[in-house]
Design a protein around this ligand. Structure first.
Ligand SMILES: [Zn+2]
Length: 481
């Protein structure tokens, strides 16, 4: 075109100035998304991905380049299940948003989703506001699940108000009676009301009456200590509650997400419901895929007490098989930071001691090792469970995908690298890791969060309290994994 323009004609557009350099290019690696992978260069400017380009093209002008040769470049992790500095009864978790988010970033997770569990008598909406305040010191982006315990005349209005503030997921517990348990009527109302807001309920499903009976018989037998944890929460309690909640969801035509499923029976119920048209989803946790109930026979059974408990080896194998074929949608850490001292104080009675395992920092290496390295899972499927699906199931547009327009959250990891998990090398506010000494793959070598390089060969670079409180968008009315 320009060659045919007479030289006397002034140019119709002003002379182009050289483009501003990109903030960052990550080149030489294999860019992995849930939908596929390819050798590519990721170009980042102003906290966003502006291009994912052919590696044969010359690098655009840039301020910083990271060589990812031989490594995967995956989306920053979205951890859909974290408990951060939560106070429950007489125990408070030892972390806060600063330490939890720093540990998350070390472990390749760039978005954490916490739970606003109301204190006794507190309104769910006030619990959300309180958590949002606590999250102001977060180093990574954050989102929240609300929590409803008892339906009353104000609850529907609170759910609508929560949605306008960007909270569209609500936790429901079918157990812990008189503490946080929601009865079946409340479950039904929340499922129905939340659906109208483009949201989804996150359900902890264990049949309370079965748990209470199992606990009572364990106490009567003098077997209520941490080492007897599995007998106090039998596997069938999980499937029983999942079946009831699925029937409720089907009845009101609402989507439902099950946190921390541990058994093949429970996962299979969700898959069967999907074949009937129910939009139901399965989350599991690293510990249910990697550890088994043998840990309760060890020196520190209290360190492994979580609800549901770690299961029999054959159950773990069955769950892992379900995950490998794609029957598990997400990986949530169910991160809970208690010390060995807190967990051992009342370890003679599992009804009293604090539950939960620290894990926001080890979610990536534990599951990458168990599913991709040992299980042969395609890395694209893994990325779906680690980042893409949790982003979609929380309405977090812009997260979990490496593509132009998305947030520049990414992790570089060398799949051939190996390093043991050691509490001395970890950053969670506790004194133990459930994976101490385990030789794991998938540790991040570089972590970029919101376009900032927070971890590289020089170590960790604390970005300060830059984490944003994300607003969940309404979720579509069809299956989204
Ligand atoms: Zn939890």
């Amino acid at each position: 075109m320009t060659s045919s323009t007479p030289p006397s004609t002034p140019p119709s557009t002003p002379p182009s100035t050289p483009p501003a350099p990109a903030d960052l290019v990550v080149h030489g690696g294999t860019v992995v998304n849930a939908g596929g992978s390819a050798a590519a260069t990721v170009v980042v400017t102003d906290g966003r991905i502006v291009a994912v380009q052919d590696p044969a093209l010359p690098l655009p002008p840039h301020r910083r380049a990271i060589d990812a040769a031989g490594s995967f470049v995956i989306p920053g992790g979205v951890d859909p299940h974290c408990h951060i500095g939560q106070r429950l009864g007489e125990y408070s978790q030892l972390d806060d948003y600063a330490s939890a988010s720093i540990a998350a970033l070390w472990g390749g997770t760039t978005t954490v989703v916490d739970f606003a569990i109301p204190d006794p008598g507190q309104r769910p909406i006030d619990a959300v506001a309180e958590r949002r305040k606590l999250a102001e010191i977060s180093r990574c982006d954050t989102a929240l699940h609300g929590c409803v315990i008892q339906w009353d005349a104000t609850t529907a209005g609170q759910i609508a108000e929560m949605a306008t503030t960007g909270v569209r997921t609500i936790k429901l517990f079918t157990t812990y009676k008189d503490v946080v348990m929601a009865g079946p009527d409340t479950v039904l109302e929340v499922l129905r009301t939340l659906h109208a807001q483009g949201g989804i309920a996150y359900v902890h499903a264990e049949a309370n009456h079965v748990i209470e009976d199992a606990q009572a018989s364990a106490v009567a037998a003098g077997e209520a200590a941490a080492g007897h944890m599995p007998r106090t929460r039998p596997e069938l309690a999980e499937a029983a509650a999942v079946a009831q909640v699925l029937a409720t969801a089907e009845h009101v035509d609402a989507p439902v997400y099950f946190v921390h499923q541990t058994t093949a029976e429970a996962v299979d119920l969700v898959r069967a419901a999907r074949r009937r048209g129910v939009r139901a989803y399965t989350e599991t946790c690293p510990h249910y895929l990697y550890l088994d109930e043998g840990t309760y026979a060890g020196d520190h059974p209290e360190r492994f007490v979580c609800c549901p408990p770690l299961r029999a080896p054959e159950t773990v194998a069955q769950l892992r098989a379900r995950a490998l074929v794609g029957d598990v949608d997400t990986l949530g850490s169910d991160h809970c930071c208690y010390s060995t001292g807190q967990k051992s104080e009342h370890s003679h009675d599992v009804r009293v001691m604090p539950n939960g395992l620290p894990g926001v920092e080890t979610r990536l290496p534990v599951t990458f090792t168990q599913l991709v390295v040992r299980g042969g899972m395609p890395v694209e499927r893994f990325v779906g469970m680690f980042a893409t699906n949790p982003a979609r199931l929380n309405g977090l547009t812009g997260k979990g995908v490496l593509a132009p327009g998305h947030d520049a959250d990414l992790v570089v990891l060398d799949p051939a690298g190996r390093r043991p998990a050691r509490i001395a090398d970890l950053h969670m506010a506790t004194d133990y890791s459930p994976y101490e000494g385990e030789e794991l793959a998938g540790w991040p070598s570089v972590v970029v969060s919101g376009g900032r390089v927070v971890l590289d060969a020089d170590g960790f670079h604390d970005p300060g309290p830059v984490g944003r409180a994300l607003h969940a968008d309404p979720m579509p009315d069809h299956l989204i994994t």
